[in-house]
Design a binder for this molecule. Structure first.
Ligand SMILES: [Zn+2]
Length: 144
């Protein structure tokens, strides 16, 4: 029957073995993204390899130094907080040095100055102390 006969271009396509297509797809055997990237890296020129290596090492260095810095900063703040807690509150200060309670308010135990300033303590954000403006003596801590 004429309708089932193949045209010339169809015969050529039909002659191609289907296996060939499968095998050409199978030649690149990708098992994971890591090995793909590794293969790409190993086939790159030396200067590209060196540049990538230097970049990765620099990145690791920045991350590590940041971690160390954060740890050191946290330790310093913890120590500052513990140090802050050792200062008396205003009530404890007055109880310990009754002469500091006057009509014009709480005064410095060293120089009896009433000029005081509210100041930050050890780089802490919330914890503050009151210090004498005249002799710079820290007097007591303020409640948070
Ligand atoms: Zn003073």
């Amino acid at each position: 029957m004429a309708s089932t006969a193949l045209a010339d271009w169809e015969k050529v396509d039909a002659a191609k073995p289907a296996v060939e297509v499968v095998s050409s797809q199978a030649t690149y055997n990708s098992t994971s993204l890591f090995f793909d990237v590794w293969r790409l890296y190993m086939h790159a020129p030396l200067w590209v390899q060196v540049t990538i290596l230097v970049f990765i090492l620099a990145l690791l260095g920045v991350i590590l130094s940041d971690m160390v810095e954060r740890k050191r900063n946290k330790t310093r703040l913890m120590q500052a907080y513990e140090n802050w807690l050792t200062w008396p509150t205003m009530e404890e200060y007055i109880k310990r040095y009754p002469e500091t309670r006057t009509k014009r308010g709480v005064v410095c135990k060293n120089c009896s100055s009433g000029y005081i300033r509210n100041t930050s303590f050890g780089g802490l954000a919330l914890q503050r102390v009151v210090a004498c403006k005249s002799c710079n003596e820290t007097m007591y801590r303020l409640p948070v």
